[in-house]
Each structure stands twice: as C-alpha cells, then as structure tokens.
Ligand binder design. Sequence first.
Ligand code: IMP
Length: 436
Amino acid sequence: MCRGNGMSVVVVVGTQWGDEGKGKIIDLLAERAHIVARYQGGNNAGHTVVIGEEEFILHLIPSGALYPDTISVMGNGMVIDPVVLCEEIDSLKARGIDLEGRLFVSDRAHVVLPCHKILDQVLDEMRGEGRIGTTGRGIGTCYVDKFTRVGIRMADFIEPEVLAEKTEISLREKNAFLNGRCGKEGIDPKRAAEEMLPYSKRMRRYVTDTATLLNKAVARGESILLESAQGALLDVDFGTYPYVTSSNPISGGASVGTGIPPSKIDRVLGVVKAYTTRVGEGPMPTELFGEAAERLRNAGPRGEYGATTGRPRRCGWFDAIVVRYSAMLNGLDYVAITRLDVLDDVPEIPMCVGYKYKGKTYDTFPALLRVAQECEPIYEEMPGWMSPTVDARRFKDLPAAARNYVERLCELVGVPPAIVSVGPRRDQTMVLKEVI
Ligand code: IMP
C-alpha cells in the first residue's frame, strides 16, 4: 500500500443525478487513504465496486472498506438504518471483509426506523402524479424528524431507556397521521423500541464521536477521503427541487456532514459519467426515449439499472450545463470521467451545450422546474471512435476521437481530468493526475 504523506483531505462528489460511478473511483483512491468517511444520505445509495471477478454493492458502508486496514467512518450527516447496516457488516464478513475495530459510526448520525420507511412510501404514493419516486428507504422522512427535532440519533439509539422514551415521542405524531389521515393501524411504541433492542446493543461497539476522531486524524496529517452519495442535481438546495434527495451531496455538505471544517479540505474531485442518467421522477433535459435510450442503457457491461432498487435508469446525452453548474457549486479541482466505453459504438455523439426555452438561451441550470422540464437542449456533435476502449490503460492509448471527446467535455465544464474509467474493474482506469 502506498499511503499519502502530508495532509490531504479530498472530497469526492457526484456531479449529475447520482450513479456516476463514485464507488469505483473511491475504491481506487482509497488505496492511498487512511480514512474514508461518508457524509450524507443513507441506504438510498448503492455504490458498486468490482474487485477481480467479485462485485460488491455497498449501500451504507463507505466504498473504501474493501481494503483490509482502511478506516471507515459513517458521518453525522448520514441517516442510518441499523438493520441494513448490520446485514451489510455480516454479508461483508461472510465474504472475508472484517470491519471490527475499523468501522466508526457517528454518535450524531440519525437513525432510520421502520416507521420512516412506512411513511416514505405512504407519502410518495399520496402525491400521485407529483410523486418523487423515492427509493422508499425512509431517507426523507428520517431527515424530516432530524429537522423537526424528534429524530433519534445513534447516541440515543444505543441507550435503551433513551430509545424507548424518544420512540414514544416520535411515534405520537406519526400514529396520529397514520390513524387519522391514512386509516392505517398505528405503530405500538413499546413494541417498536423493543424490536430495535438487538440492533441497539450491536451498534454500541461502532458508535463514537467521529467529528473528534476525524479532526484528530486531520491534525496528524492523515489522508482522508470524504465520500458523497447521490449527485449535485439531487441536492436539496441546488438540485431539481422537489425531485431531489433530502440532503446536501455537494462538497459543502462534507463539512457539515463530518465536522471537518471547510478550511481543512484540500481538494474536490467530481465524478462525471460520460453521458447522463437519472433514476426516479423529475426533469432531465437530455433524456432519450425508445430505442436510443435502450441502446445507452444496455451498452455497458452491467447496463444502467439502479444498484438499490433495480429500476431502469433514464439515459441521455452528456449535459455540459448540468456538469458546469455542478463544477461551480462543488468547486471542482478535477474530474474523474466514467463509463467512456459505453460510447464506443456511437457514430456521432451529441453533447448539450445550452438550453432554449421560449426564445431565451440558458447557459446555467434554471431554478424553475417548468423551464428545466420543457427546455430544448442545444447540441454540439462530436465524432465517435467506433472502437473498443476497455483495454486502454494510458490516456494516449485511447483513439484520437475519444481523447477529443474527453478534452471537449473538460473544456465545456472548465475542469481538468484526473481519471478516465473504461470499465468497472480497478485496472480499467487511466490516471492522469494523482489527487490524494
Ligand atoms: P430518496 O433519496 O429515496 O428520498 O429519493 C429521492 C430521489 O433521489 C429519487 O428520485 C431517487 O431515485 C433519487 N436517488 C436517491 N438515491 C439515489 C442514488 O444513490 N442514485 C441515484 N438516484 C438516487
């Protein structure tokens, strides 16, 4: 292992609507990191990492966990379903990856409980036409509890008496809603707390003050990767609201979600898919339909299907407006371009360089949903390379047209490339610049 020396705190973010391939990129960089810390979201995420012939899909545990002595931190900004976390720990252990003594869960992270999942699904259904298409994992409803201050944090969860008391308070309003508004049976608070007891007991050994742990590591000059889930266009402040997730995946969220202050962050790397995908509802200006969408969806080795819900992802051409907006919000220093190989068989590749709506041209992402939904993308065509790139290991191995595509993409976005990926495996990667 070649670990970084000298302080290096690097944030890795998704620049589009999630599913950019952050799992692979973080796994790759984690070889040089002492600690990988996730800072928001929960098991709505699905980070796929391929090692040799084996595929791992991580929903909660940071993607660096697959190295035997990397420390994994689940930050205070996360919402954690303890049942899913225990399953994930067990399933990794069964595959030879033991996290004992190297997994730390923030005492201030909020706990996703069964009631959050029930409400997430009930509420999204109630929205009818206006549904968000959430993953149904109780993410938004858990964050609601956090902000209305009836949430249960890990520090509370591991204390049986506090858990019982807080469950009772939290379920009072939920039961009133479920009984009255939905005609559903309420949840018995005593039983709900009891059901969680085995998990409360198990979580105790992992729960700690991770903000202090991380800041001490920063002070020692260790290398730390801060891992986001989802992407900038799903950010609750800057994404395609209300079709967003309930947290801040952008790099600013990394400070809030870990307790590492902004002044200690050295670099931000944005992961960019060479085209665009989105899961769930909401605007996506470059979306393709029918056969054209199917071709992109099924071109790569694993296709474009959600790692968490298995839903087919909506697919479309690269949208420079989205990624440039994202580069600005995240303060990107470098980009890692993924899934370039998916475009190997496309003869002419359109790239969106602007939007047109009612005679007006947009070169940044609009706040008004109607504009994002109804705008017409302005495309620039790039010649395709029509040859396989999966075996390229150095940038110069790529066909000239593929290099031009990458260079044009970076020019449009205004950020230089650090990594280009041409397949799911660790070795299917070109490193142009070491970022950690
Ligand atoms: P939630 O995060 O489950 O509340 O879902 C809100 C929106 O974010 C839905 O459109 C989801 O499909 C989307 N979403 C949440 N997590 C991910 C992810 O990891 N990748 C892609 N989309 C996601």
